[in-house]
Design a protein around this ligand. Sequence first.
Ligand SMILES: C[S@@+](CC[C@H](N)C(=O)[O-])C[C@H]1O[C@@H](n2cnc3c(N)ncnc32)[C@H](O)[C@@H]1O
Length: 245
Amino acid sequence: MTTNYDPIAEQYQRSKQAPWRVHIEAHTLLGLVGNLQGLDVLDVACGEGFYTRRLHQQGAAHVTGVDLSAGMIALAQEQEQRHALGITYTVGDACDLPYMNRFDLVAAAYLLNYAPDRTVLQAMCNGIARSLKPGGRFITVNSSPALHFPSAPSFRRYGFETEIQGPFGEGAPITWRFHLADGPFEIENYYLDTAIHETALRAAGFSEVRWHAPQLSPAANAEHAADHWNDFMGASPIAFLECIR
Ligand SMILES: C[S@@+](CC[C@H](N)C(=O)[O-])C[C@H]1O[C@@H](n2cnc3c(N)ncnc32)[C@H](O)[C@@H]1O
């Protein structure tokens, strides 16, 4: 099990093709992001650039991607070399972002759930808030702080499973097992509840903190039976946040 993406960068990249990622994760996240025409955008925990490239496609004047994993950044840069979009990628830690009052929007898909405790969560939120211009927006998706994971339904029909070992509470590790055609791989992130997130975001300087429910794309029901998404939508393992500095 790992929180280090270097050895699993390529498998993680393939896992982004799963229908739930397309029809729920990307559909909801990019819907919240909206039109980025002319804006300066930062993608924190950008991984191999899956959303960094989408943020560029949504009109951003410039996008910067930052990730802790050199393996993920190498995959992102390979794609930038094959098809140049003018995106800047750097290896860096979200707890130690070097930017000040610079970006119109910061996006972060699956960053906050890597904070194992309140101190790290606060450092991430502080750096993101500082990186934004006043009035700038922060859009993020993470493992849901509102879901009681031990009693969640199985998500196996969607191509993954979640598992809690030991007591469930502040800082509890959540194992995500993704099933690909050539076998499974696992990652681990951490549980911190809704109130802990809201306290950290407000202390970092966000004046508005809004949770958003996952949305299903219109194409989702055309590809699957009407009840296929019920377990996911009824007990979503992911949660979306929009914050205004
Ligand atoms: C689940 S992946 C998501 C990648 C990308 N956002 C996506 O949705 O495809 C989580 C990423 O967070 C990165 N990460 C974890 N902790 C980080 C930190 N403190 N600073 C920057 N990146 C971090 C990992 O290296 C990994 O690439």
